[in-house]
Design a protein around this ligand. Structure first.
Ligand code: ADP
Ligand code: MG
Length: 339
């Protein structure tokens, strides 16, 4: 008999969890992404002890069919893509079907979901990947997902968790990014009962910027807008005289997904060129829209990094849009100053 065998699902999920669930913030990110994909207009996030004790995400989205609630925890189970060709046209935030089985493998999970307005739903409890409860329950439309005692059965991973404050910082970052990418959704974040972030929904990006960076920063932003054959850009950039020491305040959002891309960041900084003092960065929130075939999001499990098929064209487009806006800004005061 040969020595090679296929790992059972339980072990496979634990291995996948190592990649997908790095820390509490990864759980928060995956759960919010699911809520966004479900068309929610409200997403409320509750965490305790930096998310290590409890993470709860409640949404008012489409909910899950009672029959699908258990299947949702199977490996590679997804409602978002069906065919190989779909991989080149991804419009949803999720598509790998790995988050729920991974999270459930390393924590104690309760899912309550309803996909109807009859007040009935399904409740599932899973501990360390083992199903404990699957029952009918009264529930409003939407999904209420609770994760307790993350990494309780993987002590090696638990040992690597930082302080509550550090883990909470990562969770706040996830919420900021999601709120910036989706101003149409009302988000709240509460930690140990204290409200840390609240956005109102309704689609006003400037209001979200104010909620995260403060009203005075929001007041100093310049709106940007532009369009080419392939790309559409909108959002806000800070006036060049209001810079920051931290480059993390440069946010780029592609088709509703917050991403990090070195080339794009360089293009933004090139546009500011001599206007920025050394080691200073602008506050920027750029929303880019493009056909999904122009961006490959299947590069990394966390999907933070992406690849563009026409990278230099995109970078040039972004650089030009920002530069022409900045040019107007620099010119206008000079004109006004003339006697
Ligand atoms: P993916 O998001 O990649 O499809 P997940 O493991 O995150 O995989 O979720 C599996 C499936 O469970 C999703 O495809 C979706 O059908 C369903 N699901 C998960 N969370 C929600 C939610 N909050 N609302 C509605 N459906 C959900
Ligand atoms: Mg998902």
């Amino acid at each position: 008999m040969g020595k090679i065998h296929v790992l059972d699902e339980h072990i496979a999920n634990q291995i996948a969890a190592g990649e997908v669930v790095e820390r509490p913030a990864s759980v928060v990110k995956e759960l919010i992404e699911n809520s966004v994909d479900a068309g929610s207009t409200r997403i409320d996030v509750y965490v305790e002890e930096g998310g290590l004790q409890l993470i709860r995400v409640v949404d008012n989205g489409l909910g899950i069919d009672p029959e699908d609630c258990e299947t949702a925890f199977y490996r590679h189970a997804t409602s978002k893509i069906a065919h190989g060709r779909d991989l080149f046209q991804i419009r949803s935030l999720g598509f790998r079907g790995e988050a729920l089985p991974s999270i459930a493998a390393v924590s104690k999970v309760q899912l309550i979901s309803s996909n109807n307005d009859d007040g009935m739903g399904r409740r599932i409890v899973i501990e360390g990947g083992t199903f404990k409860v699957n029952e009918d329950i009264a529930a409003p439309r939407g999904t209420d997902f609770t994760v307790q005692e993350l990494f309780y059965n993987t002590p090696a991973r638990l040992k690597y968790m930082k302080t509550v404050q550090t883990e909470l910082g990562h969770i706040s970052d996830v919420l900021y990014r999601m709120a910036l990418a989706h101003p149409e959704i009302a988000f709240t974040l509460r930690h140990n009962g204290n409200m840390l972030l609240q956005t109102v929904g309704g689609g006003d990006l400037l209001q979200v910027i104010a909620a995260i960076y403060g009203t005075s920063s929001a007041k100093a932003m310049l709106p940007i807008e532009g369009e080419s054959l392939d790309y559409k850009i909108s959002g806000y950039i800070s006036r060049p005289d209001l810079t920051r020491s931290n480059r993390n305040a440069m946010s780029t959002i592609i088709n509703g997904r917050y991403i990090r891309n070195h080339g794009l960041n360089q293009a933004i900084l090139r546009a500011f060129h001599t206007l920025l003092p050394i080691n200073r960065y602008p506050l920027i929130v750029l929303q880019l829209e493009m056909h999904p075939s122009l961006v490959d999001v299947n590069v990394h499990p966390a999907k933070l990094e992406v690849r563009f098929s026409k990278e230099s064209e995109l970078n040039e487009f972004v650089e030009n849009c920002i530069r022409s806006l900045l040019k107007q800004q620099v010119l206008i005061p000079q004109v006004m100053n003339q006697p």
